[in-house]
Design a protein around this ligand. Structure first.
Ligand SMILES: *[C@@H]1O[C@H](CO)[C@@H](O)[C@H](O)[C@H]1NC(C)=O
Ligand SMILES: *[C@@H]1O[C@H](CO)[C@@H](O)[C@H](O)[C@H]1NC(C)=O
Ligand SMILES: *[C@@H]1O[C@H](CO)[C@@H](O)[C@H](O)[C@H]1NC(C)=O
Ligand SMILES: *[C@@H]1O[C@H](CO)[C@@H](O)[C@H](O)[C@H]1NC(C)=O
Ligand SMILES: *[C@@H]1O[C@H](CO)[C@@H](O)[C@H](O)[C@H]1NC(C)=O
Ligand SMILES: *[C@@H]1O[C@H](CO)[C@@H](O)[C@H](O)[C@H]1NC(C)=O
Ligand SMILES: *[C@@H]1O[C@H](CO)[C@@H](O)[C@H](O)[C@H]1NC(C)=O
Ligand SMILES: *[C@@H]1O[C@H](CO)[C@@H](O)[C@H](O)[C@H]1NC(C)=O
Ligand SMILES: *[C@@H]1O[C@H](CO)[C@@H](O)[C@H](O)[C@H]1NC(C)=O
Length: 886
């Protein structure tokens, strides 16, 4: 119980509040005393600051010690909020999803606690570390800045204890930016340095800078500073302050370079650099200014000529790393230039990749609703519920995550904490729950039917509450352990079981269910009368509108969880199948398990109807169990099952229709399909891998595809890849051992060679087949070549690998248009997937990571080629500044 802080915290849950001013800025003065007006206008900047109290539910407030120079400190930075309680404390801000923001956090310690111990702590955006704030390394005051695009409508800025010292914050400021500036390939940008050349001491921020970027002055003895009073226009989209546009510097020694140096914390750090300049001198006819820019000796831009009285910005188009201990950017004049290089200002950012996906938003919302419903106050229910793992909320367990798979809540334990009221409806949105423990509380009301719709549930402990009514039938299936003892008013006998309504056509539900309910109600009434307990019947009666018989109401309730059209959509009669395929007129080909026909559902949605061979050995029960499972599998890279038909000996599966055929057709160029370039092939491989990973670890129970091949990778109208034909054999639980397969599966050439010995197929059998697919995409060779002596594609590649020439291996129709590094990595990945030994193959998650690396290699080649073109467009197509093509 000590995890509950009933006194310290504001009662209830934080609701997101807007505190934006005219510019869309959000300014929070952390720790502003309640006695002071909020918002107030800060004199020097003219910005409106709000108290932070509505944006955080924890922490205490304090003021820095008065020092002689307090006058120089702006008011928002004189107060602060500190966090003696809890490990993670978070601000919750309402923002615009997908918008680029400049986020600034200010920290001024000022010995507010009189201990003079400089704190060190983590600063997080959602579940991801932004930076570590260490007051020992700065002079009592620092601010952190990042350019970041939030992926949801709320942003959590969290302070996390990572030692004995107490985190604190002075101010939090957000400024929306235009979408077209500071573009990165991936990741957010942490500010390293932003300087402008001037001899003045003026720091610039709002209102001088419209986005409130802070520009610090820089002046060096070996530079000549120049300035102008003439108007210098903002050529690009970076909207620089006037003082930045009107001041510049150049080396006094005209043949010396203008050098900017900085030291990376880690050798792998990646940077984006922005150079802003304008010609602010009047040049004579015989004078020219032209320079090249190098980063550690590598070309960054060449033949640059500043435009007259107009700002040009040179930017990195892809992340750059430095070669030595130091990064050194040099502006060097060209031979024909008579004047030294010139620069007005520069900005340097480091790339931070936020790799940890956040918990699915609907589950976060559901948990907040649960918290709201029960007025739960828990210090650690802040920030992301599941991640990072060591900060997971008390009472939760979550699924493991990969880069491509966000965490999901798998267990909710609110046992023995005095909950009152009914079981919160929001729990139904935690659709991956495996255990739910609400035992030992004071919960009342009925056991809700929705619990039965949470398919993965294995254990529900509701014992020791005061629930009443009966148990929905949906919960009585085998596999769910339902603990209910100690609920004296709950009827647990079969006779008061509520019927289940799902998965049957409506008419049957209405008739069968009403009979069952009628019998049940009669039985119940009879029982109750016998017991002379009329409490329950009066309660039931009160809920009914006077004219409606009890049975009708129950049907309505029971159906409310699944719309009627949902049920209908999934089950089709054979005559409907005939109608939708126009009597099987348009044959799309023969797939595994049967013929496939084109068709329409509701005369608009296109479908592919697979008519299963009639000698299927399965009984209806097994078939339906499998199909029910498949209907629940939804992933953007898996072909969606729309419905099915099972009528006497007619079996059919109805899938979404994908207009662009399969990967095999594209690789073989069948039907005049265009050749896919390397970058598209990699993307398709990644998408197929994501689909497969989902089958392996995203589904409960997990599935093995068993027949991964190019013919089973279909392409939609946007050429997005989707895997087809999965799950049509027994789904399995656990690892390879428990998975016996007797049915013949797989396709010759793609089939796991270990299958012959073990007779079993596991996830890594799919990995093997995926490796073969990848080899096909790389080489465009047949999987089994009847005419050559190296008959299998792995042998063919191995024989070529000996020569070590990538061009020999790659599909010649790609015409060498690929990054060779990317190609090598793909070949190595494919060969490791196709390792004959089951245990030596990578997992699909590892395959995905490696494919992403391949894509990055290829992309940086492409951006190298295209960067200069786009730069030309951005700079304004003035040929005098367009660097020559390399
Ligand atoms: C920036 O992009 C976001 C999301 O795509 C959009 O909502 C917003 O309107 C854009 N802002 C501007 C200034 O274009
Ligand atoms: C801290 O202040 C001292 C003296 O003013 C200065 O030499 C030093 O560079 C400062 N350190 C940082 C990290 O700003
Ligand atoms: C930091 O603050 C302490 C008082 O808390 C003061 O003694 C010290 O001089 C300050 N350091 C700098 C570099 O301003
Ligand atoms: C000017 O710079 C060039 C190139 O860095 C150097 O060789 C030369 O010695 C410098 N001249 C003076 C006077 O410092
Ligand atoms: C350019 O011409 C001016 C006279 O018009 C002369 O004084 C100057 O030295 C010349 N500069 C160069 C670099 O030739
Ligand atoms: C999930 O993570 C836990 C702890 O890191 C680990 O013990 C477990 O093996 C993981 N499970 C899977 C399926 O990766
Ligand atoms: C829930 O938590 C309580 C203690 O807080 C523990 O005794 C109980 O076993 C947990 N329930 C489950 C299902 O793990
Ligand atoms: C479940 O989530 C959906 C989508 O976010 C929402 O519309 C619905 O209201 C939620 N249901 C409950 C009971 O909270
Ligand atoms: C269910 O809850 C009761 C009461 O808290 C507890 O005694 C029992 O051990 C729990 N059962 C399981 C399986 O967690």
């Amino acid at each position: 119980m000590e995890i509950f802080l009933t006194l310290l915290l504001v009662l209830g849950v934080i609701h997101l509040v807007q505190a934006q001013n005219e510019q869309g800025f959000i300014n929070l003065d952390c720790g502003l005393p309640a006695s002071e007006p909020s918002p107030y206008r800060q004199t020097e900047t003219g910005l409106e600051f709000y108290s932070d109290a509505k944006f955080i539910q924890s922490g205490e407030i304090a003021t820095i010690q008065s020092q002689t120079n307090l006058r120089n400190i702006l008011k928002p930075y004189t107060t602060l909020r500190y966090f003696p309680q809890g490990t993670r404390n978070c601000y919750n801000l309402l923002i615009e999803k997908g918008r680029k923001y400049l986020i600034k956090a200010w920290f001024r310690y000022g010995n507010y606690d009189g201990h003079d111990i400089k704190p060190k702590f983590g600063l997080y955006l959602g579940p991801n570390l932004w930076t570590t704030v260490d007051m020992n390394l700065v002079n009592n005051s620092t601010n952190e800045e990042i350019l970041h695009v939030p992926t949801s409508d709320s942003l959590q800025v969290c302070l996390v204890k990572n030692g004995a010292t107490t985190p604190f914050i002075s101010s939090l400021e957000l400024r929306p930016l235009g979408n077209h500036s500071y573009i990165t390939q991936l990741g957010s940008l942490k500010l390293i340095s932003r300087r402008y050349y001037t001899t003045s001491d003026d720091n610039i921020r709002y209102p001088g800078d419209a986005y409130d970027r802070q520009w610090f002055p820089r002046s060096l003895s070996w530079l000549t500073h120049i300035s102008t009073t003439r108007d210098v226009s903002n050529g690009g989209i970076y909207n620089l302050p006037k003082a930045v546009r009107q001041n510049a510097a150049m080396p006094t020694n005209a043949s010396a370079p203008l050098t900017i140096e900085w030291t990376p914390e880690n050798p792998n750090d990646q940077f984006y650099v922005y150079l802003h300049f304008a010609e602010i001198q009047d040049l004579q006819a015989n004078e020219t200014r032209e320079f090249d820019v190098f980063l550690d000796g590598n070309t960054f831009a060449d033949l640059v000529t500043p435009k007259k009285f107009e700002i040009t910005t040179i930017e990195s188009h892809y992340p750059r790393t430095c070669e030595g201990e130091k990064c050194s950017l040099q502006l060097t004049r060209t031979q024909r230039s008579t004047l030294p290089p010139l620069l007005n200002a520069y900005e340097i950012y480091r790339v931070i990749q936020f790799m940890q996906p956040e918990t699915i938003e609907t589950e976060v919302v559901a948990l907040k609703n649960v918290q709201d419903t029960y007025k739960l106050i828990r210090i650690n229910w802040q920030g992301d519920p599941c991640v990072p793992q060591h900060l997971m909320w008390d009472g939760l367990a979550c699924s493991n995550t990969t880069i491509s798979r966000p965490p999901r809540v798998t267990s909710l334990n609110l046992s023995s904490i005095g909950l009152t009221g009914t079981i919160a409806a929001a729990i139904q949105n935690l659709t991956q729950l495996e255990t739910l423990d609400l035992s030992n509380n004071k919960l009342t009301g009925e056991v809700p039917e929705f619990l039965g719709n949470i398919k993965p549930l294995l254990l529900i402990n509701l014992s020791g509450n005061d629930l009443n009514g009966s148990i929905p039938q949906s919960l009585q299936s085998k596999g769910i352990e339902l603990l209910l003892h100690g609920n004296p008013r709950l009827c647990q006998t079969k006779s008061c079981t509520k019927p289940q309504s799902k998965d049957f056509p409506v008419v049957i539900v209405a008739t069968v269910a009403s009979v069952i309910i009628l019998i049940a109600v009669l039985g119940l009434v009879f029982l109750l009368v016998l017991r002379k307990k009329n409490q329950y019947t009066t309660m039931q009666a009160q809920q009914l509108p006077p004219s409606m018989p009890a049975a009708m109401v129950n049907i309505a309730n029971a159906n409310s969880h699944e719309p009627l059209n949902e049920i209908k959509r999934r089950m089709f009669t054979y005559s409907e199948v005939i109608k939708m395929t126009n009597n099987f007129q348009n044959n799309l080909g023969k797939g595994g398990f049967g013929m496939v026909y084109h068709g329409f559902v509701n005369s608009s949605r296109q479908v592919a109807v697979k008519v299963l061979s009639q000698f299927s050995s399965q009984g209806y029960k097994e078939f339906k169990a499998e199909v029910d499972l498949l209907l629940r599998v939804h992933h953007t890279n898996l072909v969606t099952l729309v419905g099915y038909c099972y009528e006497e000996d007619h079996l059919a599966l109805i899938y979404e229709f994908l207009p662009n055929g399969d990967l095999k057709q594209h690789l073989t160029g069948k039907g005049g399909r265009p050749i896919m370039n390397w970058s598209i092939r990699l993307r398709i491989a990644l998408e197929a891998a994501l689909g497969l990973e989902y089958l392996h670890i995203g589904c409960t129970p997990p599935m093995v595809h068993r027949d991964v091949k190019t013919a089973n990778i279909l392409l939609d109208e946007n050429f997005k890849a989707k895997l087809a034909d999965f799950g049509l054999s027994r789904s399995f639980q656990g690892g390879i051992q428990s998975h016996d397969s007797t049915a013949v599966a797989g396709t010759l050439g793609y089939l796991d060679p270990e299958y012959n010995q073990s007779g079993r197929l596991g996830e890594k059998s799919d990995v093997y087949s995926f490796g073969i697919v990848l080899l096909e995409m790389i080489t465009n060779q047949p999987v089994i070549n009847q005419t050559s002596e190296n008959s299998h594609i792995t042998k063919w590649v191995s024989s070529k690998l000996i020569c070590g020439n990538i061009i020999e291996i790659m599909d010649p129709t790609l015409r060498k248009d690929y990054d060779s590094n990317s190609a090598w990595r793909a070949v190595e990945l494919a060969m490791s997937c196709a390792n004959p030994s089951y245990s030596k193959r990578p997992s699909m998650s590892q395959v995905i990571n490696e494919l992403k690396e391949c894509i990055m290699c290829e992309n940086s080649r492409l951006s190298n080629n295209q960067g200069l073109e786009s730069q030309a467009i951005r700079i304004g197509l003035d040929s005098s500044v367009v660097p020559k093509a390399r």
